[in-house]
Structure formats: structure tokens, C-alpha cells
Ligand binder design. Sequence first.
Ligand code: SAH
Length: 264
Amino acid sequence: MSVYPFPKKRFGQNFLTNKHYAAKIVDSINIFEQDTVMEIGPGRGVLTELINTKKCRKKIAVEIDSQLADQLKEIYHNIEIMRQDILSFSFEEQYKQSKTKIKVVGNIPYNITSPILFHLLDNSSYISQAVLMIQKEVAERLIAQKDTKEYGILSVLVNAQAQVKKLFVVDRKNFHPQPKVDSMVIRLEFLKSASELENYELFKHIVKSTFNNRRKMLKNSLKKIVNDQELNQIKSVPLNLRPENLSIDEFNLLANEIAQIQIH
Ligand code: SAH
């Protein structure tokens, strides 16, 4: 039995200590024999241990902390433990090797939740679903409806590609060290990859830059993207609205219209 190193704050290490929740998370992945399962940030292996008991084609775990990765490599011989930053992990390469879309799972580090979500979205053509434990407040933003203060960049970008399902809440007291916030486990089912969305890059640019000026009306925040003449041609959405008033479909309409206007 190896001795665990002290939890490292810089890697957002808050280890789940409650095995009941660990089992609930792993059950939520619904692992089948033909699956490739990838764990983000296995840490001390509370989820890894259970994934190890499941039968499937391939298991991978990506851990940035070399001390923890080395310990996991000693224990798990049927799981490919990769000492790597998940943000530079190539889902494409993995997909080419295993030829099946990847099922992702992880109690992910809170300090890089948004970058991880964006990385998953950018690679959604290689991923079928993700069961993630994230900060409860961030989870609320992912399921937020328009016209609310939680509705923002993450809500629009995630829901444009995935169906988000709230699974269950995990109180902060189930972690070591105890974080300042509660967590929620969610499931993302990727339905549309970025490449299937028309004008996705422009869509993303519009969503980010209008929400970065959340209190401004669209006619003002869009000035970073279109000139006055182009602005006057926009008919798809009323420009006196604010970004939080637009549905995903409306953002899409707007992106498609601006793309058209800019071609001509
Ligand atoms: N799954 C474990 C650990 C959760 S803590 C549990 O539930 O107990 C988050 C884990 O992510 C830590 O092990 C941390 O070292 C790892 N981590 C942090 N940043 C990472 C990154 N960029 N890439 C991969 N793993 C990372």
C-alpha cells in the first residue's frame, strides 16, 4: 500500500472520499463491452478502482500529477495511465486507434472546468458522452434557460452540441480536502459535433463577445464583429435585446445571417 502525497492545490485536487457516490458516478457511465472509457484526473483512484472491475474494450486515465500517475500505474495494469495534461490530450488520435467514440468520466479539477468543457466541445465528434462532477454553480449555468442570470457562454455553447442532464448533488463534506462549494454530477450527451454546425466559429465568436458585454444591447456589442452598414442589414433578431434574451437557435440564425452579409 503506497502512501499518498499531500493534496496539491495547483492541480485542483479534492479527492472524493465517499464510495457510495463513486459507485453512483461509475454506474452512470453505463459501460458496455464495446466501449472505450476515459477518465480525466483519476487522482487516488476512487473511480478508477470501480472502472477497473468493468468489462470494456479499452480504458484510459489521464492524470497530470506524475506522483499519482506513477502510483496508479503500479496498481492498474489493464488501464492505460497517461501522465498528461487533459487540455493537450488528442481525442482524435485516440479515436483513430480505438475506432469507437469515447465515453468520458471524471471528477474534474474546478480551476479548469471551463477549459476542459471547451476542449470536450471542440472534440465532440470523437466523444459520445461525458459524466462529469463539477462545481454546482457551474452545473446550474449549463442547464440555465434564457432570460436568467445564470444563462451565459457555457449554457449556449454546451447546449448547442449536447444534451445536458443533471444527475445528483454531492455535498462538499464528501471530499478531502473539503472545497468551499458543493458539486453536481451531470451527463453530457453529444448530439451535434462542431463541424455539423454551420458557421460554428462565427457563432462561438458572437456568443463570447456579446456575453462579455452582457449588459449591452446587441446593437452595441456586435460592433466588434460587424461594421455599421452590416449592422443595419441584420433582421434575424431584434438588436435592442441583450445576449441573455437570445435562444441558441436565435444565436445560430444571427451567426448565419452575419456570415451571409459578410460574403456579399
Ligand atoms: N477523480 C479523483 C480526483 C479528483 S481531483 C477523485 O474523485 O477523488 C482532480 C484530479 O485531476 C487530480 O487528481 C488532479 O491531479 C487532476 N488534474 C488536475 N489538472 C489536470 C489536468 N490538466 N489534466 C489531467 N489531470 C488533471
